[in-house]
Design a protein around this ligand. Structure first.
Ligand code: DQA
Length: 147
């Protein structure tokens, strides 16, 4: 079965307790369960990982090559700073969707910069946890187009 990696970066393990007015009350395990369930409906096996460490995220992206058909990446604050994560996505040549729960463009100007956008096939932001479902649908449409 085709496998998709849902990769979450720093502080996203705290979803549900972290700034609920910005990020909502849904926890990361709840989001991951919804991703697995929606993935199953699409015919995908969804693997979920989270790390607070930039190097571990890079390792997960490298390991995705040959294992997963695409990546949904919420890189958290590393989105706005990490050339290394951008290079990792470019290196594995897997389709990646950049995702944010919040509408980063309606927030502080430092969140308007994204290194991930430069190598992502598209960006979904502002739809809260539902964004992950939208991203799975978008990735499926992308993969089906290339099939
Ligand atoms: C975020 C937005 C980032 O700017 C922030 O640093 C996060 C979460 C989001 O999902 O809205 O950690 O990626």
């Amino acid at each position: 079965m085709t496998s998709i990696l849902v990769l979450n970066g720093p502080n996203l393990n705290l979803l549900g307790q972290r700034q609920p007015k910005v990020y909502g009350k849904t926890t990361l395990p709840e989001i991951e369960a919804a991703c697995r369930q929606h993935g199953e409906a699409l015919g995908y096996d969804v693997a979920c990982q989270q790390s607070n460490h930039e190097g571990a995220l890079i390792d997960a992206i490298h390991a995705a090559k040959g294992t997963h058909a695409g990546i949904i990446l919420n890189a958290g604050a590393y989105t706005h700073t990490s050339i290394a994560l951008m290079d990792a996505i470019a290196s594995v040549e897997l389709p990646a969707i950049e995702l944010h729960l919040s509408n980063v463009h309606a927030r502080e100007s430092f969140r308007h910069v994204s290194y991930i956008s430069k190598v992502a096939i598209g960006v979904i932001c502002g739809f809260g946890p539902h964004g992950y479902i939208l991203a799975l649908d978008a990735l499926k449409a992308h993969l089906d187009k290339d099939a």
